[in-house]
Design a protein around this ligand. Structure first.
Ligand SMILES: Cc1cc2nc3c(=O)[nH]c(=O)nc-3n(C[C@H](O)[C@H](O)[C@H](O)COP(=O)(O)OP(=O)(O)OC[C@H]3O[C@@H](n4cnc5c(N)ncnc54)[C@H](O)[C@@H]3O)c2cc1C
Ligand SMILES: *[C@@H]1O[C@H](CO)[C@@H](O)[C@H](O)[C@H]1NC(C)=O
Ligand SMILES: *[C@@H]1O[C@H](CO)[C@@H](O)[C@H](O)[C@H]1NC(C)=O
Ligand SMILES: *[C@@H]1O[C@H](CO)[C@@H](O)[C@H](O)[C@H]1NC(C)=O
Ligand SMILES: *[C@@H]1O[C@H](CO)[C@@H](O)[C@H](O)[C@H]1NC(C)=O
Length: 618
């Protein structure tokens, strides 16, 4: 065990020394699995033999797919195959502080948006980086571990759109079913929390004094300190995260590790599904084609094929298989089986992370310093304590309804996501965001080594919509992601309101104690504008904001009379038998939440819909 810790320490240090996300040492670290740790015993093994036919085939072992596979395999007479394009998890993914390193590994699909003239202007080639997990657990294995459900009105709105069974009263039981709330004072509220589910929610085991400044600053501004996953959402809070005992607990660890010994459960890893097999006459899905280790397999599903491949890949797979907009598929030379609005309605939460505040004390995370602190690492390894347990340096969240700020039960349109670090704190941040070297070197580089905080200002109820399209009929080709997230000018105005909230917060007594000061070197593309003016921040947003990886909505759920719907409220694809989509792509409106827990809820409810339809729900 000691040797293990020492080795990881060395690897961590090596990586930091090189200070570039693209180096083999980091890849080495991320492939490194200390002997005797859980990964050898606990992750479901790769199935040695794939049988020709299963009852259900689930595509994608992500947030929704992991929950779904767990619940479906409860029925012992059902054989389930879970097909996942990525490989297994490893030790480094467990360490919350390293979250921002993971997108540089092969556990990411590494998608980019199509260049736009309106947004992502400060990014290399004007492309935002749209990270997506490609690993057991999907995006929950590489995400920032923020645990949020959203507002009750989000789900009531889904229901009002015609989605019977998706109102808040219907989905709350599923949020409870999956949760293991390990924060005692929150767990007491049993109307909103549960301790019997598989998904732990915790506080980090460490906090900087700035975390308190954030929460106290919010109070100074007149907001309440709340449990945003409780009765009301608006206010300021410490971050609740999908962690336990200082380590990440993604969807695979929570929902798949415990069922690794189920006899009716097969997992096929590193297996890229290239097509859903559909009989064009009866319009019935009967299996999938996938490639594993250069070998092609065709496996049949007796009952259903279920897509849980996420908001980019589920629509991609539908289109590759002949389900999608007729005109587009015809242009791609794909025979049309069902004409549906697949790939439309793409949503995300635009987030502006570039406003950086300088503080005058050593109270923030310098990943470099933390990683080269051997005693901090050993403390983490043996006791799960200290800065390594903090999800990518993020410590607090505020939900604000700018239209009704005094209302303690508001409907938040804005989120502030607080990090006790800034872009110059750690070189992976700007690479993660895709900023050009020119932008970084001009604005931030000379600040390296100092102490900063940031509150990423986010637009929670976006009006703009993007679209996913195929580039070609080749399943290995990344799809095209069009996402001008300020296309509707109201979204840019909401962004501006969010930035103003951050500015107010920075001027509170709580932050002034730390000499908090806005870093005022202008973003190169915006230096013609008066620094700090509304137009300046609009410009900065168009240069430096990104969708913060809450992609959703691209296989929209809606009633039969909604011509933009791809699946109905039972998540069955319209016009095709034996085929469902169960993941973030079915969200008709993105909730006012980070989307991991909502995606798990969809997996949870989706599993019950399947069981009900096959008469197996007691
Ligand atoms: C960097 C990052 C940070 C984030 N931070 C947070 C956060 O802090 N909190 C939060 O709530 N949300 C966060 N999110 C978003 C959240 O993780 C996702 O919304 C959620 O995980 C989506 O769940 P899903 O089941 O729809 O898809 P995913 O979890 O992405 O799962 C899809 C799975 O399908 C697999 N797959 C796709 N195509 C194929 C194919 N053709 N064949 C086989 N397998 C395939 C993928 O490899 C993947 O494992 C973040 C996301 C990212 C990328
Ligand atoms: C990373 O480095 C390798 C080898 O040095 C190089 O081939 C590859 O193109 C680099 N990738 C990126 C994304 O820069
Ligand atoms: C919930 O988490 C606690 C640790 O905080 C653990 O002891 C317990 O077994 C977990 N419960 C479930 C149902 O996994
Ligand atoms: C290293 O970590 C230890 C234990 O967490 C802490 O007490 C110490 O101050 C840290 N040292 C430095 C130089 O940051
Ligand atoms: C930081 O700035 C604040 C406000 O100006 C001041 O009160 C405090 O003494 C400063 N602290 C240090 C360590 O310089």
């Amino acid at each position: 065990m000691y040797i293990t810790g020492f080795l990881v320490c060395l690897l961590l240090k090596g990586n930091v020394a090189a200070r570039t996300p693209n180096n083999s040492l980091l890849e080495g670290l991320l492939k490194f699995i200390p002997e005797g740790t859980r990964y050898y015993e606990e992750e479901p093994p790769d199935a040695k033999k794939i049988i020709p036919e299963y009852d259900f085939i689930v595509v994608g072992a992500g947030s929704a797919g992991s929950v779904l596979a767990n619940r479906l395999t409860e029925i012992s007479e059902w054989d389930i195959l879970l097909v996942e394009a990525g490989g297994r998890e490893n030790y480094a993914m467990d360490i919350p502080l390293l979250a921002n390193f993971l997108p540089f590994t092969e556990a990411n699909w590494k998608y980019r948006t199509v260049p736009s003239d309106n947004v992502c202007l400060g990014m290399v080639n004007r492309q935002c980086l749209y990270h997506r997990g490609k690993v057991m657990g999907g995006s929950s294995t590489i995400n920032f571990m923020v645990s949020t459900r959203g507002n009750r009105r989000n789900y009531d709105q889904w229901e009002e759109m015609g989605n019977t069974g998706w109102g808040y009263k219907d989905v709350l039981p599923y949020f409870l079913k999956l949760e293991n709330m390990t924060i005692p004072e929150l767990a007491r509220d049993t109307k909103y929390h549960s301790t019997s589910g598989e998904q732990p929610t915790s506080y980090a085991t460490y906090r900087t004094p700035l975390a308190d400044a954030f929460v106290n600053g919010g109070e100074e501004l007149g907001y309440k300190i709340v449990d945003y996953n409780g009765e009301t959402q608006t206010g300021f809070s410490y971050l609740q995260s999908t962690t336990r005992d200082g380590a990440r607990w993604g969807a695979s660890r929570s929902f798949l590790h415990p069922i690794r010994n189920r006899k009716n459960f097969h997992v096929s890893k590193r297996s890229l599904v290239t097509k859903i097999l559909i009989d064009p006459i009866t319009k019935t899905a009967f299996g999938v084609r996938f490639v594993r280790n250069k070998k092609e397999y065709e496996v049949r599903a007796r009952k259903e094929v279920i897509l849980s491949a996420g908001a980019v890949n589920s629509p991609q797979l539908l289109m590759l298989s002949g389900i999608g907009p007729r005109k587009h598929l015809t242009e791609m030379n794909i025979p049309v089986i069902q004409d549906l609005k697949v790939g439309y309605n793409l949503m995300d939460h635009p987030g502006m992370p570039s406003a950086t505040f300088i503080v005058n004390q050593s109270v923030t995370y310098l990943t470099d310093a933390v990683m080269s602190n051997r005693s901090a690492f050993l403390d983490y390894l043996y006791n799960r304590r200290g800065p390594f347990s903090v999800p990518g340096a993020s410590e607090g969240i505020a939900f604000i309804d700018t239209k009704d700020p005094k209302n303690p039960d508001g409907n938040p349109d804005v989120e502030l996501f607080f990090l006790a670090a800034g872009i110059p704190s750690e070189v992976t941040y700007y690479k993660l965001l895709g900023y050009t070297d020119e932008l970084y070197n001009t604005v931030y580089k000379h600040l390296e080594g100092g102490h900063y905080w940031t509150a990423v200002s986010m637009v929670l109820q976006p009006k703009s919509r993007g679209r996913i399209m195929l580039k070609s009929s080749n399943p290995r080709q990344s799809p095209l992601i069009y996402h001008d997230f300020y296309h509707n000018p109201e979204d840019l105005e909401t962004q501006l309101l969010a930035i103003k909230e951050v500015m107010k917060l920075s001027k509170t007594q709580a932050f002034r104690k730390f000499g908090s000061k806005l870093h005022d070197i202008p973003i190169p593309g915006c230096k013609h504008l008066l620094f700090g003016s509304d137009d300046y921040w609009r410009c900065v947003s168009r240069h430096t904001a990104t969708g913060i990886w809450h992609l959703s909505g691209t296989c929209k759920m809606g009633p039969h009379w909604d011509s933009s719907a791809v699946v109905g409220p039972r998540l069955r694809v319209y016009g095709v038998k034996g085929l469902r989509v169960i993941d973030a792509s079915i969200m008709p409106m993105v909730p006012t939440a980070h989307t991991n827990i909502p995606s798990m809820m969809i997996g949870e409810k989706g599993a019950d819909l399947v069981k009900q339809d096959w008469d197996r729900l007691d």
